[in-house]
Design a protein around this ligand. Sequence first.
Ligand code: AMP
Length: 419
Amino acid sequence: MTTFVELGLIEPLCHAVSAEGYEVATPIQEKAIPIVLAGRDVLGVAQTGTGKTAAFALPILQRLTEDKRRAGPKGVRALILTPTRELAQQIGKCFATYGVHLRLKRTVITGGVGMQPQIQSLQAGCDIVVATPGRILDLAMRGHVRLDGVETFVLDEADRMLDMGFIHDVKKIAALLPAERLTLLFSATMPVAVSSLAGGLLRNHERIEVTPQSTTVERIEQRVMFVSKDKKRDLLLDILRGGKVTRAIVFARTKHGANRLAEQLVKSGVKAEAIHGNKSQGARQRALADFHSGRVSTLVATDIAARGIDVDGISHVINFDLPNEPESYVHRIGRTARAGAEGIALSFCDADEIAYLKAIEKVIRQPVPADETHRFHSEAIAHLRLGPAVKPKGRPGNSSRPAGGSRGNGRPGGARRAA
Ligand code: AMP
């Protein structure tokens, strides 16, 4: 937990965020603010909702204040490009709120409104311009705004910008900027087009990434599978052999359990390895390298050992044992769906793990739909889920069986209800 004072922000900014009720910085703010204050380019993989706006707005406001340069006529010191008018307005408001105690001139420039007031607001020069690409480019081409003095350039939601077809405008705008500048590029996902755009815009940048828990959880297709303890291994083999799994992490609760499971999988012909705290650093690195290269398709891990696993392309996270700490569930399933990809998280739940499942659903604030189609499904265990603690208030007899492939059904205890 880091406060804004600890991040090196000046008093007027700390005062403003404190008035907004922000007590500590969010992870993206913790990472980005010191880098921007130090004057380095940033590639930020982060979504809306992570506190991304303050992560760039606060250090930009500080830099503009500390460096007392003035924008010349029609000049701009910080240019923030964002794909939609709504976002531009929202970001403009954030700058107003955080910069309330500072004397900086700012404006929002978007399409859909008259040009004349915008031309006037740009006339004497602006410290901060938040804009959508089309209109600002138009104004620049007509000579109403000069971008050759921009000190800081922010490209927000770069992936959406490309999806919406703004790539050419963005490139044209970038060509008007001075080479000597600070550039911050944010994107929720990192498809190749965004990486190559970033490559052309950023210089010697720092990459930072945050995976907002709720949004990550939303992107992951989650299923709980009710199965008795003694059938878990067979169920796992069915899944691993089913042809859909390209790369999986299987979570076990104990080191011993992870070892034993990996051995059994290998005996059954699955290319698996265990990774846990009792293994030497060398053995863990080898296992990870094998997993990276694809020589090993299944890694059996404990929670602690999995902390350092940073591998893209994990198609499945399988909770062979449900974690007894619900937060671990979020960390575990976040191993899939990295960098914007989608992923699948399957959780085996036996009769003794129902309470863990309920605790998890409370933390993620959504029910985990049940997959009852597998051949080891236990109706008896599924019924346990409908115990009093999570009994839904709906009419009795309502079936809430999840439709094939659908996401959560919006009701706690999302499994089929007993008639
Ligand atoms: P953003 O990701 O920039 O859209 O921010 C999402 C929401 O988080 C906004 O409503 C912000 O006001 C809020 N927010 C940003 N930073 C913090 C913080 N450090 N503490 C509490 N709320 C914050």
